[in-house]
Ligand binder design. Structure first.
Ligand code: PAF
Length: 282
């Protein structure tokens, strides 16, 4: 497995792959990998002859420099795990390899209609950071396929829209959420939960699944379902950010013709923000 830091080296490798007519799948990450990430890698492997994982803690996705500095970095350990999955290359660039003109003068990529609500309301600018980075990675790697997790539903939707709008020749695959035995979605943040918080956390998925079943059964009073969901989470000890029932296609309020719905929620459990979603076809 090649571990690459420099753009020139990346270009040489990609050219070699293209020369052999190999398809390339990219899995963008910020490192600190867990089983959820590894499932993205496995899906990438099923969809291309070559798999490259990027590991880059992207400063434009953090509100505060302290949070960026404190983000866990574990490149060596991550590489060991990726090697076992037969990943072809890890691209772990330095800051100036991604933002050669510096952060303040970096060209921006923004998807206006999707970036400001839900998680974007909590962290203004977060999704501009994601699209800015993912567009750069797509330009550098030119992947045939890129894999994102369904857990970050809004993120994968924004990336899909950006890809279509800017005509990147990359197919976006959304990978199913990997869960612990009790239903809690795997996340790098779960490690910050205390024992008591960890015991209460599965209520998030339980609540989303129950609402999804009600939607599937034809319940259409979405405002009431959302309110019930918020109460359930509060009772379980969460500080609720949002519980919402939306069209999966664009996160707008569903109308009668809508056939795919996403039920999504984000809430604080102590100091840890958890998010999850369930998609229902009706
Ligand atoms: O979901 C993430 O880990 C990040 O937002 C991503 C897509 C790797 C961009 O930094």
């Amino acid at each position: 497995m090649d571990v690459i830091e420099e753009k020139d080296e990346l270009h040489e490798l990609i050219e070699d792959w293209l020369h052999h007519s190999d398809h390339v799948a990219l899995v963008p990450t910020m490192g600190n990998l867990h089983a959820g990430h590894l499932s993205l890698v496995e899906l990438a492997r099923e969809n291309a002859e070559r798999v490259i994982v990027s590991i880059f803690v992207n400063p434009t996705q953090f509100d505060r420099v302290e949070d960026f500095d404190a983000y866990p970095r574990s490149l060596e350990k991550d590489c060991l795990r990726l090697r076992k999955l037969n990943v072809d290359a890890v691209f772990a660039p330095q800051l100036d390899g991604i933002y050669p003109f510096g952060l303040d003068d970096a060209a921006r990529v923004v998807v206006p209609s999707l970036k400001d609500d839900f998680c974007g309301a909590r962290h203004p600018g977060y999704f501009d950071g994601v699209t800015g980075l993912v567009a750069r990675l797509f330009a550098l790697v030119q992947p045939d396929v890129a894999v994102f997790g369904q857990k970050d539903f809004q993120e994968q939707l924004i990336v899909r829209r950006m890809t279509e709008d800017l005509n990147f020749p990359t197919r976006i695959i959304t990978a199913p959420t990997i869960r612990e035995d009790d239903g809690l979605a795997m996340s790098s943040r779960n490690q910050f939960l205390s024992d008591e918080e960890r015991a209460a956390a599965p209520e998030l998925y339980a609540m989303l699944s129950d609402i999804a079943s009600e939607v599937q059964d034809g319940q259409q009073d979405y405002a009431a379902l959302e309110e019930d969901g918020r109460s359930r989470l509060s009772e379980a000890g969460f500080d609720v950010d949002y519980v919402a029932i939306r069209r999966a296609e664009n996160m707008q309020v569903p109308d009668r013709d809508c056939d795919e719905i996403v039920v999504l929620a984000a809430a604080m459990m102590g100091k840890t923000r958890l998010l999850d979603n369930v998609v229902v076809t009706i």
